[in-house]
Structure formats: structure tokens, C-alpha cells
Design a protein around this ligand. Sequence first.
Ligand SMILES: NC(=O)c1ccc[n+]([C@@H]2O[C@H](COP(=O)([O-])OP(=O)(O)OC[C@H]3O[C@@H](n4cnc5c(N)ncnc54)[C@H](O)[C@@H]3O)[C@@H](O)[C@H]2O)c1
Length: 348
Amino acid sequence: MVRLGIIGCGYWGPNLVRTFSEIEGVELVRVSDLRPGRRQFIAQRYPSLQTAADATDVLSDASIDAVIIATPPDTHCALALEALNRGKHVLVEKPLATNTADAGRIVELAARTQRTLMVGHLFLYAPAVMQINSLLREGELGAIYCISSMRCNLGPPNTQVDVLWDLAPHDISMILHLMDDAPTEVNAYGASFTNTRFAETVFITLRFADGRIAHIHVSWLTPAKTRLMQIIGSKRVVVYDDMQPVQKVQVFDPGIDNRVNASDKDSTALGFAPGGIWIPPLKSYEPLRAECEDFVTSIRTGRPPLSNGPKALEVVRVLEAASRSLLQGGHSVYTGAQSEATPVEVAR
Ligand SMILES: NC(=O)c1ccc[n+]([C@@H]2O[C@H](COP(=O)([O-])OP(=O)(O)OC[C@H]3O[C@@H](n4cnc5c(N)ncnc54)[C@H](O)[C@@H]3O)[C@@H](O)[C@H]2O)c1
């Protein structure tokens, strides 16, 4: 039996309570939240679960094997370090921390104490992302040239971070996973219109050492919720629209385009059109369930989870570089990432 405690039960925490409480071989022992209303919310739905105001009641409970941290990002580092120092396995919600130095300290402590460290990069577990990654590794898409991603909805949530740190961890975690590399150069432009504290719409560009690029647009200004990613490969192109109830992933074969190099004698009309469009079947499961199960399996077996600490550290490194670029009006920030990828053929 793996015994768990959860710290933070605001908007997201209850999803973790529900999911972990449905997993066999897991016992949820205690949930802590500073707000009485949130403790009451949990107590009404899960009467057997103990609630506490103070996170120390979870952290100091020797019978608890692992702690899930779903508090605001600026509290993650202190809580994660304390949990690891007390010998707990830790699942931290995204982002792992609010700067690279803190994220590095957490990753280093988890390695030293040989505890599982996982970060809630939920989309790595999405059936669509699993399928796209398989197509990529099987060579169906060829080499990735570039990725563009858009994640927009209304905001801000109850947050102490800007839209970059709120929404972009998802896009960055997916892009680094699919690219199987970290970018060397980051640019970010952003603006705020309805508040003076936080950037609420941000455009980020990532450049990789081998010439590949990615672009992310995150925004709190769009009532039409958008989660759209396009992965341009040398053989095929994938359009991933997470807002579709089915058919989230479409794979486009090479298009037909006779506008270039058409001979003068050629009587056919000039034009372009997509090639065949293929919709791969996706497995049917809840990504959060897969994420939570991966955490429990990692604790039991000692094998690192898919969304592990070192990967999350790279996500924070990119977020920090983007933040710095944002402050510098979009100037390039170099991450110092070393790439071992083979350069792709990029026409310039
Ligand atoms: N994976 C996802 O898709 C996803 C979605 C939403 C939020 N999140 C992440 O979840 C985390 C929480 O976000 P949220 O939207 O639920 O925020 P929230 O503000 O709604 O909830 C956070 C809760 O933590 C509590 N809290 C803060 N400090 C505490 C402490 N020291 N001890 C006990 N309780 C404490 C607060 O009282 C609050 O109720 C963030 O890291 C966010 O990025 C992830």
C-alpha cells in the first residue's frame, strides 16, 4: 500500500484527490489547505480523509510515503525540499519551481535521497501526445522541422505568476519531449492590457542547436479556449487539436503543389492542395489517471517516471530564459543547453 498526502486543494488539487482515491493499492491519508472552505469542500466529499490547515501535518506524518504538492508555484520549492528531506517521494504540480536554481536544488536532492520526483506535465500522458510520439519514433513523420503551439483561454486564474508560467509549461514540456532536445536560444514578446502585474499574452520562440524551431502563443485574453499544435515533419505534418472531442490528431501526407517549376507548355492549372489526411485511432483513457499511476509505479519500482525531475528542470530553464527575454523586450536569451542531436537539413 502506498500512503499519500496532498498539499493544496484549490482549483486543481481536488482532481488529484479524486484520481488517486480511485487507484488500487493507494491510500490517501491527509489533505492540507490553508483555506477552511477548501478543507470543508474535501471533507464533505471524502469523509474518511483527514484534513489539516498546516502542510506540516502532512509532511511530518511518518506513515505517509509520498506527498503531492498542488499549491501556487512560488511555494513549490520550499515544500518539495522539505518533503524530500523527510524522505517522501514527491509529485509537484507544474512548474517544478519559479527559477532554474530552485528547480536544480529539488532535482539534486531527489537524486541524493533516491526518492521519486515527478512533475505534473499532464500532456506528456495524453493519448494524442503518446500517439504523435510513437509516429515520430517509428519514422512516420520524418524529422521534425518545427512546431507551433497555441494555448489560450480566459484568465488570469488565482495566480502569482504571469501567463507564461501559468500556461506555457504544458507546451514547453510537449515540445522538448517531441524534439527530444532542449533549445539553445529563447525569445519572448508579451503584453498586458487589463492589469499592471502580469503579462497576459506572450509569444515565445525556441531555437534548437540543429536549426529546428518552435513557437508558442499563450494568452488569458481569449474566451474561445484554444489548444492547437502543428508539428511539421519532413515526411508528414500533424495537426493536434485538443479541443476536438474525437479526431484530435490529423496526419497530413505531402501536399500537391505545381506552382513552382511549372513548364510553359504545361496546360494544367496551377494550384496546391493537401495530400491524404489520416486520423489515427487514439487510446481512450484519462491522462491524469495515467500520470498518477506512473507516479505510483515509480515509487514501487524505482524506475523514473515519464515526467521526471530532470525533464521538468529543462522546462523551468526555458521558462526562465523566456521571462528574461520578455523583460528585455524580446532579445535573445541563450540557455547554454548542449545539443547532441544531428543537425537537420534546413533550407535558409
Ligand atoms: N496539470 C494541470 O493541468 C494544472 C491545472 C491547473 C493548475 N495546475 C497547477 O496546480 C497548482 C495549483 O494551482 P491551482 O489553480 O489549483 O491554484 P489555487 O490557488 O486554486 O489552489 C492552490 C491552493 O493551495 C493552498 N495553499 C497554498 N499554500 C499552501 C500551504 N503552504 N499549505 C497548504 N495549502 C496551501 C491555497 O490555499 C489554495 O487553496 C499550480 O502549480 C498550477 O500550475 C496544474
